[in-house]
Design a protein around this ligand. Structure first.
Ligand code: NI
Length: 395
């Protein structure tokens, strides 16, 4: 059979599933669950997969669910991942299907990611036009930061128990036309690290500052000094961000406190830049605070690594999108994003591609109380995942 005679999934093939997918997505939206608490979401996913004939493994790395479907004699294997968790945000969309849990909402569209992958699961099980093995990875706790769902699933033997040749994942992206795709090879999303700094001074009476080591003055000066790390230590052709997101000290006008604390978010795309940022922040903070007579402690935590897409898999994923929606609706190369994703951990171990799917030009940004996933792109994503499997596991 030649490739030209094969029939791969088209957009219209999923149109009959649009109602079911929107209903499923809105159900998930109404019942959001925070990282590490995805009990009902995992149960819903596992139930559907089982009904459709997938082999289901639950409790992988916490509430993770893996669905496996084997067909034909093909030896290749591919993994597709969707994240399932919500955020600690009070919803302000005013939608009839708004969150029923106070202070928790799907503000990152993981409800949509989960529904899209379920759409592909249903269609693949019905049509089975592939030869090989598909693993659907429904991952918990993407938003968790330290010890996130991807790390836990990997530690629980994800790639040993469910071997795959490549892994793919997507994220919806507000601000881009609905159903457009964005691909980029190499560094695609930034590493995200944090630093917690405590400045130890010596407190005292506001009227006798000469008898103190004032941590408020040191902190103020340090805020300015830290701006030099990116501007004077990093090659201007590289991307780096140092943001001081929190600064706390003191509680009264007439008291100089003992300590001040700061919390930094640090982003980068290259390992060498990441190392340089850490080294410079540690050295600058220590010396700067000592220069004023204080002492500093720096707790520097490396968070999600850089999302690095492999070239061959990115080219393949882009081609599948171009076939499905036409080259005019595919942005490549899509500019790197200074957000971070724990999909990076999968890509440290397997070739693969993480890419963007436009959520519509209107509407709120991710992690915003007014954000909502666009149900129009559910069938686009489900058709894409189906076609990707059919193409990857073609005879
Ligand atoms: Ni997200």
């Amino acid at each position: 059979m030649t490739a030209s005679l094969r029939c791969f999934c088209q957009l219209g093939d999923l149109s009959g599933a649009a109602g079911f997918l929107a209903k499923t997505r809105r159900h998930l939206h109404q019942h959001p669950e925070l990282s590490f608490q995805e009990v009902e979401t995992a149960a819903l996913v596992a139930g559907h997969l089982q009904d459709w004939g997938w082999q289901v493994t639950r409790g992988v790395g916490g509430h993770g669910v893996v669905g496996t479907l084997q067909q034909g004699g093909g030896s290749r294997s591919v993994a597709l991942r969707a994240d399932m968790d919500a955020l600690p945000i009070e919803e302000a969309t005013g939608r009839p299907y708004s969150s029923r849990t106070a202070g928790v909402m799907h503000a990152c569209g993981h409800d949509g990611h989960t529904a899209m992958l379920l759409g592909a699961a249903q269609h693949l099980a019905q049509t089975r036009r592939f030869s090989g093995t598909v693993h659907l990875v429904f991952q918990p706790a993407e938003e968790a930061g330290k010890g996130s769902g991807a790390q836990r699933m990997i530690e629980d033997g994800l790639f040993e128990r469910f071997p795959c040749d490549a892994i793919f994942g997507l994220h919806n992206t507000p601000g881009y036309p609905a159903g457009t795709f964005g691909f980029g090879s190499g560094p695609f999303m930034s590493a995200s690290d944090t630093a917690h700094i405590t400045i130890h001074g010596r407190g005292g009476h506001a009227a006798r500052p000469h008898q103190t080591v004032d941590p408020v003055l040191i902190a103020g000066s340090l805020v300015v000094a830290l701006q030099s790390v990116v501007s004077r230590n990093i090659d201007p052709r590289e991307t780096a961000i140092v943001t001081i997101g929190a600064l706390h000290a003191g509680s009264a006008a007439n008291v100089i406190p003992d300590t001040a604390t700061m919390a930094l978010s640090i982003r980068s795309f290259e390992p060498a830049v990441r190392d340089r940022l850490e080294a410079r922040i540690r050295a600058l903070v220590t010396a700067h605070v000592q220069g004023y007579g204080g002492e500093a402690t720096v707790v520097y935590e490396r968070g999600y690594p850089v999302v690095v897409n492999s070239e061959a898999e990115t080219t393949f994923a882009r081609e599948v999108a171009e076939e499905l929606v036409g080259p005019g609706r595919v942005i490549a190369p899509f500019p790197p994003v200074t957000g971070s994703e724990d999909f990076a951990f999968y890509l440290q171990r397997k070739p693969g591609c993480f890419f963007r799917l436009g959520n519509g030009e209107e509407g709120a940004m991710l992690h915003n109380p007014a954000y909502d996933f666009n149900d129009e792109i559910l069938t686009v994503g489900a058709a894409y995942w189906t076609r990707l499997v059919e193409r990857y596991l073609a005879d």
